[in-house]
Design a protein around this ligand. Structure first.
Ligand SMILES: [Zn+2]
Length: 174
């Protein structure tokens, strides 16, 4: 493995362990030339995935890009990074076993939304408001947090309200 800092090919593995969900092996590496340290992940890849963008362009599926977009949606919301990793991993596993090799980006987004819905409702709302490009994302989040507070008084169920919003979002998917 080439050093990403100085491009030297002589790097060695210092430490190797499986991630908590056991879906990957994490290796700490060090460059013999410049001494830089970096981390690599080894994961099972069942098939090469391509994505079809909104404009019809095709591109290789980029795991890191998906991880970045989900993580940035979780900005300022304390959600365990390993949980996000699991959402991404399970989404990719579903895609790889679906038999399709070309997948529309909107479908990937919907699958991530579905996983977040089961994992963390606030994370779900945040990602939904960004991914579904609500013009009034903050209003939407404010509404949900107001609903969350009111649901403590049991005037109505927060989960029920979200369930309704969730189905609305999915029925609007082209
Ligand atoms: Zn180096």
């Amino acid at each position: 493995m080439r050093c990403p800092f100085c491009n030297h090919s002589d790097t060695s593995v210092k430490d190797s362990r499986t991630t908590d969900d056991q879906s990957a092996i994490r290796r700490r590496r060090v460059c013999g030339e410049c001494g830089s340290r970096f981390t690599t992940f080894e994961r099972i890849q069942l098939r090469e995935l391509m994505v079809i963008k909104k404009n019809g362009e095709r591109a290789p599926f980029d795991r890191e890009k998906l991880l970045r977009s989900v993580s940035s949606a979780m900005h300022k919301h304390s959600i365990d990074p390993e949980k996000i990793e699991r959402v991404i991993s399970s989404t990719i596993r579903q895609l790889e076993t679906s038999g399709e090799t070309e997948i529309p980006t909107c479908l990937i987004g919907d699958m991530v939304l579905q996983s977040l819905f089961n994992l963390d409702l606030v994370a779900y709302v945040r990602f939904a408001s960004i991914y579904k490009e609500f013009s009034n994302a903050q209003d939407f989040i404010d509404l949900i947090s107001r609903m969350e507070k009111q649901s403590d008084n049991e005037t109505f169920s927060f989960e029920e309200s979200l369930e309704i919003i969730h189905h609305k979002l999915h029925s609007n998917t082209p």
